[in-house]
Design a protein around this ligand. Structure first.
Ligand SMILES: [Zn+2]
Length: 166
């Protein structure tokens, strides 16, 4: 509801269920439309395998965790993105979503803190030779001269890595 993908420095994703929830809200649905057409936001459905894994995990974590279809899809899409080599951060203030994300090992961030850039830990890397640079002191790869890119590292993903065994 309060998130503007255009204000983010990285690619954002959501699931069809979330955009449907926003349909009746003029401001958010306008932001979705603008963000989607600019490529900043991708609307993508998760694989059924990931969805099944999320459901299993939610059940294992106890019956206090009640996930909506949209919640489960967001978590499952994050799993898909991890499998594709990305480091997604789920943005949600929902306790159930955060709880399951924690249980699976997906980084998350509440909407309230998203606007504060310092909350993110950044990792800098060379998109050409993939060398990593821990701080932002250098702007160009010291080996091949390519301009460095950066991506956020969630605290959860750093210490609680997702594993295929679940
Ligand atoms: Zn390089």
């Amino acid at each position: 509801m309060g998130l503007d993908p255009l204000g983010l420095e990285f690619q954002s994703y959501t699931v069809p269920e979330v955009t449907e929830e926003l349909r009746d809200h003029a401001g958010p649905s306008y932001r979705v439309a603008v963000s989607t057409s600019s490529g900043k936001l991708k609307i993508q459905s998760p694989t059924s395998q990931s969805l099944g894994r999320v459901r299993e995990r939610a059940v294992a974590l106890g019956d206090r965790v009640v996930l909506s279809k949209a919640d489960a899809s967001v978590l499952a899409l994050a799993l898909d993105l991890i499998e594709q080599g990305s480091s997604p951060i789920i943005v949600s203030d929902d306790y159930a979503v955060q709880n399951v994300a924690e249980g699976i090992g997906i980084a998350y961030q509440s909407l309230a803190t998203l606007g504060i850039r310092q909350k993110f830990e950044w990792t800098y890397y060379c998109p050409a030779c993939f060398r990593r640079y821990p701080s932002g002191e250098v702007k160009v790869c010291q080996v091949c001269g390519t301009e460095l890119k950066r991506k956020p590292v969630g605290k959860q993903s750093a210490r609680n890595r997702y594993s295929r065994s679940g």
